[in-house]
Write a protein that binds this ligand. Sequence first.
Ligand code: NAD
Length: 290
Amino acid sequence: MSNIIDGKSVAEQVLAECSEEIAALKNVGITPGLAVVLVGEDPASKVYVGSKVRKCAELGLHSRKIELPVDATQAEVLAVVEELNHDPQIHGILVQSPPPPQIDEEAIVRAIDPAKDVDGFHPTNVAKLALEDGSGFVPCTPAGCMRLLKEAGVETSGAEAVVIGRSMIVGKPMALLLMSKEGNATVTVAHSRTKDLAAVCRRADIIVAAIGRPEFVTADMVKEGAAVIDVGINRVDDATAKRGYRLVGDVAYAEVAPKCSAITPVPGGVGPMTIAMLIANTIKAARQSG
Ligand code: NAD
């Protein structure tokens, strides 16, 4: 019965809408600009930063990639953020996570001008999300999950939704979006201290899994006909794979999918949406700057 939600194609749709908006902004003399700051040499972060900058180039956005050495100081990173806050060509700033341990990530996020905080992590934007003030920036991954639910025709209004995970990046903003007047769901947030998680999940019409544990959500935790959004991206060893590993989500896809009315695969589900929503947020920042 399962309807596989094609995140790649929804992301392409979002990016096509972005292209139209970019053209309209260029007509009034604004080229949206994104700055991505990378501190250190983390290989996964390098890949993420590379794909964000490449996507900007493809769409005709202005972008800047600022790379700082692994031993960069807090003051050096803050100085870069300060410079970008004042760069009129830059509308969106993100500092790739995780930075090296000497960097206080929270302090860096707080230093970003909230009007340029396209990751939506600054306290001002967190508050705007809670207040349902549409001028703020919604974190890209949960915003992408909401769009996937919408495109898949999953009714959130009145639905029982269970979000597994309470991170500031995914779980918490996801819960806020689902319970907002846009989502209108009845939301339960489960986490590492939740008792009888399986029973909590079985109540759900919608499950959003953002745990970071491979194939954690199993078929016995999912009600027949539920919609499942799998945010997890986990590497598991696989000697038969070219790179020696493969990517799996937080949901045991093979056994869960047959029970679902809709489900996102990993890869190809939530992943492609995150970058598309980042571009959408950058365009919004540019529009609001004018
Ligand atoms: P996190 O580690 O910050 O949070 C994990 C959450 O899971 C915590 O709130 C914790 O309470 C909960 N948790 C841990 N063990 C649990 C258990 N046994 N039972 C119930 N809850 C438990 O992680 P995050 O940043 O929210 O990311 C979660 C996953 O999503 C990771 O796999 C990450 O790679 C992935 N992710 C994907 C994207 C994307 O673009 N698709 C973006 C961000 C994160």
